[in-house]
Design a protein around this ligand. Sequence first.
Ligand SMILES: [Zn+2]
Length: 253
Amino acid sequence: MIDFHTHTPAWRTATWLGGASFGADEFVDFMDGAGIERAVVLSHDGLFNSTPEANEELAAFVAAYPDRLIGFGSYNPRRPEAVQQTRRSFADLGLRGLKLHPWLQGFSMHELALDPLMEIVAEHHGVLLCHDGTPPYSTAGQIAALARRHPDVPVVLGHAGLHDLWREALAFTQDTDNLYICICGTPPYAARRIAAEAPAGKVLFGTDAGLSDKASQDYAVARIREIDGWGITDDQRQAMLIDNPRRLLERMS
Ligand SMILES: [Zn+2]
């Protein structure tokens, strides 16, 4: 399977997620044990504190396993150097998508500063993955509005609305051509409905693995096992875990 939402550990930022310090070798060992062939890897530290170093550290992490790990850079769009650093993350660091976190980074998806960043993503045939599901920022409707202004960029709802906004995430995914929905941290009752009702070509799956210590990796494995209880068809499972993410990754290569 392809895991479309994982993280590097919290190397620098001491948050509630703890300060795990494993490297790419340990992470790929975990992937092997969990049956994950390839993973989209997002920074942790760069979401709390956007720095060029956070993108560099992510780039070094994924460069150790270029066939297995695909890095998405991140930069706070309000910072004056955001355009330059986003361009650098694609052109110089080899990162293949952009991750934005409106809640932790403190901005609204409606800010026009996002447009030049989206143009850079489009130029590089990249993908935007956006944290979602935590109002007031990070709602599916706000993210869909940006997606509609940039129809040439696939935009992924990174958490499928979580607990409170999954119905909205599902509805906007059904109505917005370039909006994709990644079931990650979404409760099982919502995941089941999304997997059954969202357009089959737009459902992705992620574990949020990597963030913390072993407990977080165990949680990730448990989420993969949960899929068996969703009652989806083999075709839906194949689309979500292999075909859909592969299509997006091929676009980026
Ligand atoms: Zn995450």
